[in-house]
Ligand binder design. Sequence first.
Ligand SMILES: [Zn+2]
Length: 60
Amino acid sequence: MTEDLNIQITCPVCEENFEKKAADLHDGAIVKCPKCGEKTTIKGDMFTDMVKNIEKGGHA
Ligand SMILES: [Zn+2]
């Protein structure tokens, strides 16, 4: 199972990198940057890219 997997997100405003649990992310999910508070909506393409990055062999 991959529920405990963390996905790295880069804030589009301040470029802060932060992690969210994969289980919390889905198409249309909103994540808030811990640094600047920018809210980013996870869109289908973005999510697909993140999953691809994991499959490429991150630290799963
Ligand atoms: Zn930010």
